[in-house]
Write a protein that binds this ligand. Structure first.
Ligand code: SAH
Length: 292
C-alpha cells in the first residue's frame, strides 16, 4: 500500500494559475540573462538574487578586457553566494533528516546551498517548468537528486505534506504573490517551531507610497513589491513570529555599484536599484520568523 504522499508524482501539474501567474511563468521560462547564467556556470550554483557585502572593486582595474570580465563575473557571484549563505545560516540548526522548502526556487541554487550546509532534504518549487527541469538536472549531475528535488508548482498551493518541514524560505520571490496566501502555505507546511526566512526588496513605509523607482522595478520584472509593513502584518496573521530582522540595504549597494559597471552583464535596471536604495524609498530586508 502507498500513502497519498508517496503516490503523488513530483511533476504534478501546477494547480490552476491566474493569467498573471502565467505571465510570470512565461518570463522565467524565457529568461536567459548572462548575469544569471554566466555567474552560475562558475560552480554550478545558480542564484537569481542579488549580492551583499563589500565588493573588491580592484577587479575593474584589470587592463585585459576578457580577464576583467571574468574577474567581475566571479566577484558578483561571490556576493550573490554570500547572500545565499546568510539566508541558509538563519534556517538552522537542522539535521540531515530534516526537510526544507524553497519557495520560488529559480534555477535551484538556494536548495543546494541549504543541503550542502545541513545535509537536509530540500523541496524547491517554481512556477517555471523550465527552471524546475534545469534545477533537477543540476541536482542529478551533483549526485544529490535523492535529497534535493524540484517541482513545477505554484508556491501558494504546493500539494506538499502538511507539517513536514523544519524550515522554509523565500529568496526574492515574495513580490510575485499575495503575502497572506503565501504565509498561510508556509504555516501549513512548517512544523510547530519551524523556521521561516525571507530576503526581499520592499518599499519603505516611511517614504510614503511606492516611488517612481519602485514602480520601474515592478514593471521590469512584472512584480508587485510590497511595503515593509505588509510583511509583519501578514506574518502575524499566519502564526509566524519574527525573531530576527535585518536591514541589508547598505550591504546591497556594493553589489549594485559593481554590477552597474559590468558592461557584459548589465540588464538596464542597475541605476534604478541604486537610486531606489539611495533615496530611501526601497529597502533590502531579511526577516526570520518562527512558526508557532
Ligand atoms: N529564489 C531563487 C529565485 C528568485 S527569482 C533564487 O534566490 O535564486 C523569483 C522566482 O520566483 C522564480 O523562480 C519564479 O519562477 C518564482 N515564482 C514566482 N511566482 C511563483 C509562484 N506563484 N509559485 C512558484 N514560484 C513562483
Amino acid at each position: 500500500m502507498t500513502t497519498a504522499h508517496d503516490a503523488r508524482p513530483t511533476t504534478a501539474p501546477v494547480p490552476t494559475q491566474s493569467t498573471y501567474q502565467n505571465r510570470v511563468a512565461d518570463y522565467w521560462n524565457t529568461e536567459e540573462n548572462p548575469v544569471n547564467l554566466e555567474l552560475g556556470r562558475i560552480d554550478d550554483l545558480y542564484h537569481h538574487h542579488y549580492g551583499i557585502g563589500e565588493a573588491d572593486r580592484s577587479v575593474l582595474d584589470e587592463a585585459d578586457s576578457a580577464l576583467r570580465r571574468e574577474l567581475v563575473t566571479a566577484e558578483l557571484h561571490r556576493l550573490e553566494h554570500a547572500q545565499a549563505e546568510l539566508l541558509a545560516a538563519r534556517l538552522g540548526p537542522l539535521a540531515p533528516s530534516d526537510r526544507v522548502f524553497d519557495a520560488g526556487c529559480g534555477r535551484g541554487g538556494g536548495s543546494v546551498v541549504a543541503h550542502l550546509r545541513y545535509g537536509c532534504h530540500a523541496d524547491g518549487v517554481t512556477i517555471s517548468a523550465k527552471q524546475a527541469e534545469f534545477a533537477g538536472e543540476q541536482a542529478r549531475k551533483r549526485g544529490i537528486a535523492d535529497k534535493v528535488r524540484y517541482h513545477h508548482r505554484n508556491m501558494l498551493d504546493t500539494g506538499l505534506p502538511t507539517g513536514a518541514y523544519a524550515a522554509s524560505w523565500n529568496n526574492e520571490s515574495t513580490m510575485y504573490v499575495e503575502l497572506d496566501l503565501l504565509f498561510a502555505e508556509h504555516a501549513r507546511l512548517l512544523r510547530r517551531g519551524g523556521r521561516y526566512v525571507v530576503i526581499t526588496g520592499c518599499y519603505n513605509d516611511t517614504y510614503g507610497q511606492a516611488s517612481r523607482e519602485v514602480s520601474l522595478i515592478n514593471a521590469h520584472y512584472i512584480c508587485d513589491i510590497h511595503p515593509r509593513s505588509a510583511y509583519f502584518r501578514a506574518l502575524a496573521r499566519n502564526r509566524l513570529v519574527p525573531v530576527h530582522v535585518e536591514d541589508l540595504t547598505e550591504a546591497a549597494l556594493p553589489y549594485w555599484e559593481l554590477r552597474s559597471r559590468a558592461e557584459h552583464l548589465v540588464t538596464g535596471i542597475e541605476e534604478t536599484f541604486l537610486s531606489a536604495y539611495r533615496n530611501g524609498s526601497f529597502q533590502y530586508l531579511l526577516i526570520a520568523a518562527d512558526r508557532v
